[in-house]
Design a protein around this ligand. Structure first.
Ligand SMILES: C[S@@+](CC[C@H](N)C(=O)[O-])C[C@H]1O[C@@H](n2cnc3c(N)ncnc32)[C@H](O)[C@@H]1O
Length: 250
């Protein structure tokens, strides 16, 4: 499996976790039938495709040309643009909805991106941050998997991730003078299952993060502990994931 194949599957998995909240938000805001919609940091368009399928006019922007090329091989349904979210190549007041999903955690200056999202949104248009994790408040169980959680956090931090993004997004929407702000945290209902696909992909993601900082033997040790906890049905991994949405009024 190529890296892009793996990430595309991972993004689909993340999109499936967050779909209920997205549906909830879409029911709270009003979109015209053929809305202009932009996703900043669209990756393989796992979320954006949902809006295309609803008949909206969709644009996906990402600064990674390779992932856009990968999406292009798979019959893209949106207009895909290779550009930087800090400088959106769109005129003011164009989009009915401008959103991101697992983007801001990677961004050094999220306010600048949210300001751009606001600039290109129409008056009364919506800016939605559909999912941003807060790794600093994670729960890993049983011990010593809490140590594994700290190791993944260290690696993510080294890769440039802001570990407390989730708790900040509401404040950022306020700072760019958006109105009608709502926020929340995903509920986390889980069915205990051993060796399921979700747990496997989750481990591959953790392993991908750890490989950069820790020796293979240490990772292997945690893999065994993790698998043991999975098999017993007692593994808990909970990373609070926030959403927030707001309206451009002026
Ligand atoms: C974790 S992925 C999420 C992809 C997609 N939103 C999803 O949830 O399926 C984050 C994406 O943001 C893109 N990205 C990061 N920084 C960016 C920037 N400054 N401008 C545009 N895209 C960016 C990355 O290339 C990557 O595809």
């Amino acid at each position: 499996m190529s890296d892009y194949q793996f990430w595309s599957l991972r993004y689909k998995q993340q999109a499936s976790w967050t779909i209920q909240t997205r549906n909830f938000i879409i029911n709270q805001i009003t979109l015209p039938p053929k809305a202009n919609i932009l996703e900043v940091g669209c990756g393989s368009s796992a979320v954006l495709d949902e809006f295309t399928e609803l008949g909206h006019i969709t644009f996906g922007l990402d600064n990674d040309l390779q992932i856009l090329n990968y999406s292009n091989q798979h019959l893209p349904k949106s207009r895909l643009i290779n550009s930087d979210g800090y400088f959106l190549p769109f005129k003011n007041n164009f989009f009915d909805l401008c959103f991101c999903h697992y983007l801001l955690l990677w961004i050094n200056d999220p306010l600048k991106i949210i300001k751009e999202m606001s600039r290109v949104s129409k008056k009364s248009g919506w800016i939605c941050c559909f999912a941003e994790p807060d790794y600093l408040s994670r729960i890993d169980y049983p011990s010593p998997l809490d140590k594994l959680g700290q190791m993944q956090n260290s690696s993510l931090s080294t890769q440039g991730v802001n570990l407390s993004t989730g708790r900040n997004i509401t404040n950022w929407l306020k700072e760019v003078s958006l109105s009608n702000i709502h926020w929340g945290i995903f509920g986390s209902h889980q069915k205990v299952a051993s060796n399921n696909f979700a747990a496997d992909t989750e481990w591959k993601t953790i392993q991908h993060d750890l490989e950069k900082l820790y020796p293979a033997e240490e990772i292997l040790k945690y893999k065994e502990i993790e698998q043991n906890a999975q098999n017993q049905g007692i593994r808990i991994l909970f990373i609070p994931t926030f959403y927030a949405y707001a309206q451009k009024v002026d």
